[in-house]
Design a protein around this ligand. Structure first.
Ligand code: HEC
Length: 131
């Protein structure tokens, strides 16, 4: 029933509530086998440093997003402003599953050198919604 309502909402092109998109993401991560999600684990990975594949430089998610979810960041290469990640300060955040998928794919590859697992994405998302 919830899925039907969500599909109808999307078809009507109404802006979905943040909780709808994120609930859908959590459901799909669980369907992929993820267990309980942890904001603490998400935060740990958010600040963890990896070796960027192309440049060889140490990078983390905070390289572009800063270590504070409430703060505006900047793309490390282009300097383009990246609005705050926190849904509390930025109502535009996490309200489109397509956007969430696209950027998790791109940014995990860029930062970690691989795709994130369903568990990792669920942990990140739980952290994003916690601060
Ligand atoms: C090289 C710069 C850069 C790095 C590093 C980076 N991001 Fe991003 N991220 C962006 C940009 C640019 C956007 C799209 C613009 C926006 O949403 O403000 C974005 C958007 C996102 C979004 C979409 C949010 C939404 O509103 O739906 C997610 C999720 C995300 N990033 C997660 C991550 C995670 C997790 C990491 C670390 C593994 C990470 N990012 C590292 C640049 C980066």
């Amino acid at each position: 029933m919830k899925t039907v309502a969500t599909i109808l909402l999307c078809m009507a092109a109404l802006p979905a509530l943040a909780s709808e998109a994120t609930n859908q993401m959590f459901d799909s991560y669980r369907a992929e086998g993820a267990g309980e999600f942890s904001a603490e684990r998400g935060k740990g990975m958010w600040t963890q440093t990896f070796k960027q594949q192309k440049s060889g430089q140490p990078v983390s998610c905070t390289t572009c997003h800063t270590g504070n979810l409430q703060q505006t960041g900047a793309h490390v290469r282009t300097g383009k402003v990246i609005e705050a990640m926190s849904a509390r300060t930025n109502a535009e955040r996490f309200n489109e599953t397509k956007k969430i998928r696209k950027w998790f794919l791109r940014n995990c590859k860029w930062t970690l050198g691989r795709e994130c697992t369903a568990q990792e994405k669920g942990d990140y998302l739980t952290y994003f919604l916690s601060e």
